[in-house]
Design a protein around this ligand. Structure first.
Ligand SMILES: [Zn+2]
Length: 234
């Protein structure tokens, strides 16, 4: 039996996903395997109802609710495309730091600051589900261990491809680097434009939000911090 959109929505509402990245992994095999708690399985809906199909049904409703005709030619495939895009924009939930940095941490007697600036970042504001995007600048002062340079961008990707607030993401990136290589210090600065500010509400197209997180030497030593800030402003 095929569920109508309405029935499907009702069922979806009944399912409370745990607030864990793992929830997506367990959902990928179908709704019937989502566990509400360790000893409680959600009632089986249909084996074939995947997260993609559920999200497609939801997007179809959204499109109808904004006043559009879901059967209009140009919109026929939009719900599924939108669902796929949303899964892609949030694929960071499927990654974790251990996997990501696997075999990219090296012993090295380098004791100068490592800086990577202008890392492109695209994320989704968790309050409005609209994009915010900008640049991430990262510096750390190694303590006998360094990270493969490309991994800094991968760390940014992992945290930005989730529902986010800029302040939290800034701290998560700094903390992740600290955990990975235990450096003498880490600095992360993010400059971003939020579409929820640009497109609605105050409508300030050029407003830029800057957040920073300074740990270790970058927090304690103004000279180290100022050097980093001067470098990223160049
Ligand atoms: Zn927002």
């Amino acid at each position: 039996m095929v569920a109508t959109g309405e029935q499907l929505m009702e069922r979806i509402e009944q399912i409370q996903l745990p607030n864990q990245p793992e929830s997506r992994v367990s959902m990928s095999s179908g709704i019937s395997s989502v566990s509400m708690s360790s000893n409680h399985q959600v009632e089986t809906v249909e084996e074939s109802v995947t997260p993609l199909k559920q999200m497609t049904a939801c997007y179809k409703q959204i499109i109808a609710h904004v006043g559009e005709d879901v059967n209009r030619q140009g919109l026929l495939k939009t719900p599924e495309r939108a669902a796929k895009a949303m899964l892609d924009f949030t694929k960071g939930y499927e990654q974790n730091l251990d996997q990501l940095l696997n075999e990219a941490i090296f012993d090295e007697d380098h004791d100068e600051v490592v800086i990577v600036k202008d890392i492109d970042m695209f994320s989704l504001c968790e309050h409005h589900l609209v994009p915010f995007m900008g640049k991430v600048h990262i510096a750390y002062l190694p303590n006998k261990r360094v990270l493969g340079l490309s991994k800094l961008a991968r760390v940014v990707d992992m945290f930005s491809r989730r529902l986010q607030v800029q302040e939290r993401m800034t701290k998560q990136i700094a903390t992740a680097i600290t955990e990975a290589v235990q450096p003498h210090g880490v600095a992360v600065v993010i400059e971003a434009t939020h579409m929820c500010m640009v497109m609605r509400g105050v409508q300030k197209a050029n407003a830029m939000t800057t957040t920073s997180c300074m740990l270790g030497e970058f927090r304690e030593n103004p000279k180290t911090r100022d050097e980093f800030l001067a470098l990223i402003r160049k």
